[in-house]
Design a protein around this ligand. Structure first.
Ligand code: NAP
Ligand code: GDD
Length: 347
């Protein structure tokens, strides 16, 4: 049985990648940060969905900023494949927390590469780094972006990811490690964090429809993103790790849409006009914006045989459908709570 070690296992991609690896028969080991409240919603959901595989997921406390801890755990577990998904992944937040973002996203990768280098002296191990389209910066002359496009990072998040990208290439060249970068464009799902724009929109549309929310505050609606489905994208991560030679790949759909289009599409799916509920709030704008991302995934198609299976419209639909169910449950809960409170007031 192959063993995979996954950092960032509690995140969106952690859920989909772990699900894929379990389906392929892997033993999956992950690290989770110690927090005062237990937040493992996605992994708990996965264990409920795949009870027959639950004993092949193991988690222990760890943090990518703790180099000594990473070396200990990697040397103890001796995984065959390591996927570094851990990051402070919110671009807007990175402007408020630049030093922490650098530490988790750049130094974290370097810490893990050192552990990989040590383990590789004992047994072969493969390394995947979660690189990102944000590294390109979205300058108009660079569209569509491919593996050849120069980087022009426009946030502390992106500068840290550029450093991690180069650390990964350098360890590959200096030590002959099997280390690859997946340069993934935006990918979303019903399990996307609620403060990323797509999920914020689909949850709002569903909650407004149920009478649970009255407006939606957003920032820049003109930014263009190449949005794909996370479940499709984790397959590309795994495929990169099965190649004879390590390399870097752009993973994208090749089609971009604006935030406004996503908004229109999501609200129209629940029969609403977004303009009746939208409020523009300056706090959601970024000091420097990435205006246009659109990837060229031809290398992934030609070398890996990877293609996206889900288009923009299917993605919006599946997220809206999921969040309508969430909102219906919230509404039911609100109704029951209201009835209990009414009864208590009457007493
Ligand atoms: P996510 O949902 O925000 O998950 C991030 C994960 O990293 C969480 O499990 C988080 O743990 C963990 N983490 C954060 N800081 C850590 C630390 N210091 N030590 C250990 N774990 C830490 O992000 P995602 O969407 O799944 O993305 C996965 C990776 O792909 C990230 O590196 C992201 O930057 C990159 N990426 C994402 C996209 C995209 O569109 N989704 C595109 C390109 C690249 P907690 O649960 O404790 O917070
Ligand atoms: N989050 C957020 N919230 N974004 C908003 C809002 C809002 O209220 N209003 C407008 N936007 C715009 C942002 O300015 C940005 O142009 C776009 O919506 C997408 O924002 P996010 O969903 O936060 O994603 P991102 O593109 O900044 O970053 C995501 O994709 C990267 C890959 O390109 C993250 O997942 C990164 O971790 C990932 O690397």
């Amino acid at each position: 049985m192959k063993r995979a070690f996954v950092t960032g296992i509690t995140g969106q991609d952690g859920y989909y990648l772990t699900r894929l690896l379990l389906e392929k028969g892997y033993d999956v080991q992950g690290i989770v940060r110690r927090t005062s409240s237990m937040t493992r919603r996605r992994i708990d959901q996965l264990k409920d969905e795949m009870p027959e595989c639950a004993d092949r997921i193991t988690m222990q406390y760890g943090d990518v900023t703790d180099a000594a801890g990473l070396i200990r755990v990697v040397m103890e577990l001796e995984p065959d494949e390591i996927y570094n998904l851990a990051a402070q992944s919110h671009v807007r937040v990175s402007f408020d927390k630049p030093a922490y973002t650098q530490s988790a996203n750049a130094d974290g990768c370097l810490n893990l590469l050192e552990a990989v280098r040590l383990l590789n002296q004992r047994k072969p191990v493969r390394f995947y780094q979660a690189s990102t389209s944000e590294m390109f910066g979205g300058l108009p002359e660079t569209v569509p972006q491919s593996e050849q496009t120069r980087f022009h990072p426009r946030s502390p998040y992106a500068t840290a990811k550029v450093a991690a990208f180069h650390h990964t290439v350098n360890y590959r060249e200096a030590y002959g490690l099997f280390a690859c970068n997946g340069i993934l464009f935006n990918h979303e799902s019903p399990l996307r964090g609620e403060n990323f724009v797509t999920r914020k929109i689909t949850l709002a549309a569903a909650r407004i429809k149920e009478g649970l929310q009255s407006e939606l505050s957003l920032g820049n609606l003109d930014a263009l993103r190449d949005w794909g489905y996370a479940a499709d994208y984790v397959e590309a991560m795994w495929m990169m790790m099965q190649q004879d030679d390590p390399d870097d790949f752009v993973i994208a759909t090749g089609v971009s849409h604006s935030v406004r289009e996503f908004l229109e599409e999501a609200f129209s799916r629940v029969g609403l006009d977004y303009q009746d509920y939208l409020r523009i709030d300056q706090k959601y704008f970024r000091p420097t914006e990435v205006e246009q991302l659109c990837g060229d995934p031809s290398k992934a198609r030609d070398v890996l045989g990877w293609e996206p299976k889900t288009d923009f419209y299917q993605l919006v639909q599946l997220m809206v459908d999921h969040d309508c169910e969430v909102a219906k449950h919230e509404r039911l809960y609100e109704d029951i709570r209201g009835q209990v409170e009414a009864r208590e007031t009457w007493r």
